[in-house]
Write a protein that binds this ligand. Structure first.
Ligand code: NAD
Length: 269
């Protein structure tokens, strides 16, 4: 079997760090040309390291700065991709943030920032890709689908999260955004799915695992007995982006070591 994503063009948003970086590298290893999106000047060096790994794996790509919550910047990013490669095959709408506060103390600014990034940003990036997938259609020998959209959700699309209502609302929104897009786009042979990680060691949740005591407490929520790593999610992303999952659309794939299995009920039912 050749490389699973050979000859395909993929955009991974927020791929200068964490889960996005692991997906970008795994896509490169799977033969894709990868657009490494990063947010600001501060993340350029990290993006360069990710691109170097993609190139070391024998694939190509480029770095594109873009705030994915801004429509004009998203359109400009896609214009750059189309001017370089003519089209696109895969988008992983991964960029996301947390801005935590108790519900009573949460400001409108904190609410809007998280919704703008985690939900509106996914809408904007998926819409531009879907327009191109529909225009181009299926290309024989490239992929069985006209295009693949992968939304980055979270176990918090189903698990309520006190102190994080903006984040949980954004991921709950991603669930029905993804499912509604999948329903609307399936006749065009566009597949839309979500990945829903549990606890994965990245900087977004560092304070939940950076001391042995914190990690022990976190493990109470994870039946499989280990905290996840970005590569756990990246492997699932390669499968969801490839023709190996060609009959899968409208699905959320939980990559969570069983966090959504209500571990509190294991000996307390
Ligand atoms: P991370 O902080 O390493 O990655 C988030 C990335 O998004 C960063 O590179 C950041 O620069 C980028 N970003 C933020 N705002 C942006 C914007 N406006 N435009 C472009 N890029 C922007 O953390 P991560 O854990 O890798 O998070 C990636 C995704 O995975 C997020 O959507 C997050 O909600 C989701 N997730 C993470 C976990 C976990 O346990 N780490 C669990 C569930 C879901």
């Amino acid at each position: 079997m050749g490389k699973l994503l050979n000859g395909q063009i993929a955009l991974v948003t927020g791929s200068s760090s964490g889960i996005g970086a692991a997906i970008a590298v795994a896509f490169g290893e799977a033969g894709a040309t990868v657009v490494v999106n990063h947010h600001s000047d501060k993340s350029l060096k990290d993006a360069e390291e990710v691109l170097a790994k993609i190139k070391a794996a024998g694939s190509d790509g480029f770095i594109q700065q873009c705030d994915i919550s801004k429509e004009d910047e998203v359109k400009a990013m896609y214009a750059e991709i189309f001017s370089r490669f003519g089209t696109i095959d895969i988008v992983v709408a991964n960029a996301g943030i947390q801005q935590d506060a108790s519900f009573l103390d949460m400001t409108l600014e904190q609410w809007n920032k998280v919704i703008d990034t985690n939900l509106t940003g996914q809408f904007l990036c998926a819409r531009e890709a879907a327009r191109e997938f529909k225009r181009r259609g299926v290309v024989e020998g490239r992929s069985k689908a006209a295009g693949k959209i992968i939304c980055m959700s979270s176990v918090h699309e189903v698990i309520p999260w006190a102190g994080h209502v903006n984040y949980a609302a954004s991921k709950g929104g991603v669930k029905l955004l993804m499912e509604s897009m999948a329903q609307e786009l399936a006749p065009q042979r566009i597949r839309v799915n979500s990945l829903a990680p549990g606890a994965i060691k990245t900087r977004i949740n560092e304070d939940a695992w950076d001391t042995p005591e914190d990690e022990k407490k976190l493990l109470e929520l994870i039946p499989y007995g280990r905290v996840g790593i970005p590569e756990d999610v990246a492997k699932a992303a390669v499968w969801l982006a490839s023709d190996e999952s060609d009959y899968v659309t409208g699905t959320t794939l939980f990559v969570d070591g069983g966090m959504t299995l209500y571990p509190g009920f294991a000996d307390n039912g």
